[in-house]
Design a protein around this ligand. Structure first.
Ligand SMILES: Nc1ncnc2c1ncn2[C@@H]1O[C@H](COP(=O)(O)OP(=O)(O)OP(=O)(O)O)[C@@H](O)[C@H]1O
Ligand SMILES: [Mg+2]
Length: 495
């Protein structure tokens, strides 16, 4: 049911008091209040605020009549004394619900208003039902604009920019999808800025959307919003994982909902250090044009006991407000290390983990979780159960072909064209190297050439650099072997 339908139902069912929670008063008026007043209250809609008194609105949203009502009790008197069925909207009334007189008057009205076909509507960004009114108030959230509304908005902006055909349908859908979670005002402001900057609505407007979401997230604290420079092209190897991700992207769209697909939940990446787990999290966000939110579990648990659960809930809310987004939970096994049975934290860790798991299982918002872990020890088994993550991937050391790709990625990143070089040979010499170590080989090679009179990089520089690295897989042979063995039967290979 849409909020308008729910609201209409409440009005018809003669709920005396209804709270509409939204920071967007005008939108709520146009989307919900006006149509319902027209259909069920003969168009009679009054809006009260402490600054303007009680104003009767005409169907076009203008003011028809103004009745002085300088305080909340006076506003309630106007509603009580009015002779016809009507909706009375009370703005910011949550500030006045502390008063005993106002509460008493509301309780009296709750029994007489329905008979006369009148409803009081509390409209504001916040509402908490006072205990005394618990049975009489229905609270409805007005959700931010949906995909269709945002798509329409993009269309209008394109016309305003005189480039109605400037954006291919897929890019238009991607832009509307990226804007999900913004209020109408924020979405309009983003599009206006795009028009000013680019002269038209182009695919680049997505950058402004992501910046707007970063501002939203920054206000909350526990979650940090990162900017990713790396796309999936900057990830060498891991073809299986990349293929899986490419097939999931479309599953965020409207067509997938209509088809009956659930929103993707997320993936857990388990693997050897330095092989690209964190890199993948960043690349996904960039490839899907979604903001990258980084949840620091250390900070969630860093608070004093008792607050951690609230902190986790708040982090989840923040992520949902920025959805669609990628939520990156790095080193999840360390974060939840305290959540095991023998933990000495009075069960706080277990409860925070429980909050997280329940959310993973039930979430409907498009928050794609990318969790990473490089140890099995400390990884709570509950995390691995079906229904939490869509898939558990094992990120192994790169094989020869993958090493070649990773070397090429890092050469290109440093504006060196690897074409014509025998990278296959270098790849064979770097058996057991992680992605991070291969990057180090490229950087070291460049240092050598630079120090040697700034001459052009030569293949021998890389060979020399590679010869000097002692790969982690050698120093940590047992750990890597144990990880592989564990993952062999439990995880899908990312390569
Ligand atoms: N597959 C890869 N393709 C390209 N670069 C890679 C790859 N794997 C690692 N790298 C390089 O190594 C760096 C470090 O890798 P990353 O941080 O993703 O490793 P990780 O698996 O998260 O390791 P850790 O377990 O230590 O967190 C990356 O920023 C990237 O530059
Ligand atoms: Mg990492």
């Amino acid at each position: 049911m849409t909020v308008r339908e729910e609201f209409a139902l409440a009005v018809r069912a003669r709920m005396p008091l209804i709270a509409l929670v939204t920071p967007e008063e005008q939108r709520a008026e146009a989307l919900v209040l006006r149509p319902v007043a027209d259909e069920w209250r003969a168009g009679r809609l009054f809006v009260w605020s402490i600054t303007e008194g009680m104003v009767e609105r005409d169907p076009e949203g203008g003011d028809r009549a103004r009745i002085p009502a300088p305080d909340p009790l006076a506003a309630l008197d106007v509603a009580a004394g009015y002779e016809e069925p009507a909706l009375f909207v009370l703005r910011d009334f949550h500030h006045h619900l502390e008063s005993a007189a106002v509460l008493r008057r509301l309780r009296d009205l709750a029994s007489v208003l329905p008979v006369a076909g009148k409803n009081l509507v509390f409209l504001g960004p916040r509402f908490r039902t006072p205990d005394d009114l618990e049975k009489d108030v229905l609270v409805l959230d007005v959700p931010p604009p949906d995909f269709i509304e945002l798509g329409r908005l993009v269309g209008e902006a394109q016309i305003a920019g005189r480039t109605p055909d400037g954006l291919p349908p897929a890019a238009r859908e991607a832009l509307a999808r990226a804007m999900l979670g913004l209020t109408l005002g924020e979405a309009e402001s983003v599009l206006a800025r795009a028009l000013v900057r680019d002269g038209a609505i182009t695919a680049r407007a997505v950058e402004l959307v992501l910046a707007e979401k970063r501002h939203l997230v920054r206000r909350h604290g526990l979650i940090e919003c990162l900017e990713s420079r790396d796309g999936l092209d900057d990830v060498g190897g891991l073809a299986g994982l990349k293929h899986w991700l490419a097939r999931r992207e479309a599953a965020f769209g409207e067509a997938a909902r209509d088809y009956g697909l659930p929103v993707p939940r997320g993936i857990l990446l388990l693997g050897v250090q330095g092989c690209g787990k964190s890199l993948i999290a960043k690349a996904v966000s960039r490839a899907w044009a979604m903001p990258l939110l980084h949840l620091d579990l250390g900070r969630v648990f860093g608070k004093f006991v008792g607050e951690s659960e609230a902190a986790m809930r708040r982090a989840i809310q923040t992520a949902e407000a920025a959805a669609p987004c990628v939520l990156w939970v790095d080193e999840i096994e360390k974060g939840f290390a305290g959540a095991t049975v023998e933990a000495h934290d009075a069960g706080v860790g277990a409860r925070v983990l429980g909050t997280f798991l329940t959310w993973m299982q039930e979430k409907e918002k498009p928050v794609f979780v990318v969790a990473t872990a490089n140890q099995i020890r400390g990884l709570p088994p509950e995390l691995l159960r079906k229904g939490r993550f869509d898939e558990l991937f094992f990120v192994d050391l790169p094989d020869t072909g993958e090493r070649e790709q990773i070397l090429a990625v890092h050469l290109r990143k440093r504006r060196r064209d690897p074409a014509g070089w025998d990278l296959a040979d270098l790849a064979r010499r770097t058996d057991g190297f992680t992605g991070a170590e291969l990057e180090q080989v490229v950087v070291e090679g460049l240092h050598n050439a630079f120090a040697d009179g700034r001459r052009p990089l030569a293949p021998t520089d890389l060979e020399q650099a590679a010869a000097e690295v002692v790969p982690l897989s050698v120093t940590m042979r047992e750990t890597v072997a144990a990880l592989r063995q564990w993952a062999a039967t439990r995880a899908r290979r990312a390569s």
